[in-house]
Ligand binder design. Structure first.
Ligand code: PRP
Length: 219
């Protein structure tokens, strides 16, 4: 796929929770393709008529495709975007995929104050965000990067706490865990490659405005 291929607009969509909501929203403004499905084994799905290419990627990789221009735009959670540190434009808060990033601990081993966790281990998918948070509290921590099922960390004695996404709170409840500190809110964002934004300004601007209108109407 040519970088900054002018004929097509390439859109990176993340597998997982945000896929369906992203695809549905884009469909409302005419951005769709036959066989666009998270289950597809095809990783690039093209709409020749409308000159759109969708690439379906692992969630954490969306900012990378967009930063390097392999995708012009993409949809990604603010949490993953911040953790990635990638240099992209954030065009729009899409409003869905609402969640919070929290520090949580095992209820059975809860310490009295947040500062009592200083110099302990934190398991997380978000070590950069976690480090910024704890640095802000003047707390040195040991960060253990996990790729999923983070709540397992304190249960099996890998860490004293976790920093993870809380959406409904079900995972924390079912694992006898409790959130003890709020770190940030997150929602899905429309992001854009910096060069694409200039080269394909008309198209990207129109798409962003169309999405904005659809979201206004839905309010
Ligand atoms: C996320 C997060 C929590 C869970 C929170 O995991 O890491 O485990 O969702 O949601 P809840 O508050 O509604 O229970 P995800 O399902 O993305 O899978 P993962 O554990 O593989 O990261």
């Amino acid at each position: 796929m040519a970088t900054h291929d002018n004929e097509y607009l390439t859109i990176a969509l993340p597998k997982g929770k945000l896929f369906g909501l992203s695809a549905d929203l884009l469909e409302k403004i005419g951005y769709t393709a036959e066989d666009l499905s998270e289950k597809s084994r095809k990783l690039v799905i093209t709409n020749e008529e409308k000159k759109i290419k969708f690439i379906i990627s692992k969630t954490a990789d969306v900012p990378t495709y967009v930063e390097y221009g392999a995708a012009d735009i993409g949809v990604i959670g603010k949490d993953v975007l911040m953790e990635s540190g990638k240099d992209v434009y954030e065009l729009l808060d899409l409003g869905f995929g609402k969640c919070h990033l929290m520090m949580a601990v095992d209820k059975n081993n809860k310490r009295e104050k947040l500062s009592d966790y200083a110099n302990t281990r934190v398991a997380t998918k978000f070590p950069h965000i976690a480090e910024k948070f704890f640095n802000g509290k003047g707390m040195q921590m040991e960060y253990i990067k996990l790729n999923g099922s983070i709540e397992l960390g304190p249960i099996v004695g890998l860490s004293e706490s976790i920093v993870d996404i809380v959406e409904t709170g079900t995972t924390l409840r079912e694992n006898n865990s409790e959130d003890i500190a709020f770190i940030m809110d997150a929602t899905a964002r429309l992001i854009c490659n910096r060069v694409s934004f200039k080269l394909k300004f008309e198209r990207i601007h129109q798409l962003t405005e169309d999405l904005r209108k659809i979201m206004e109407q839905a309010k």
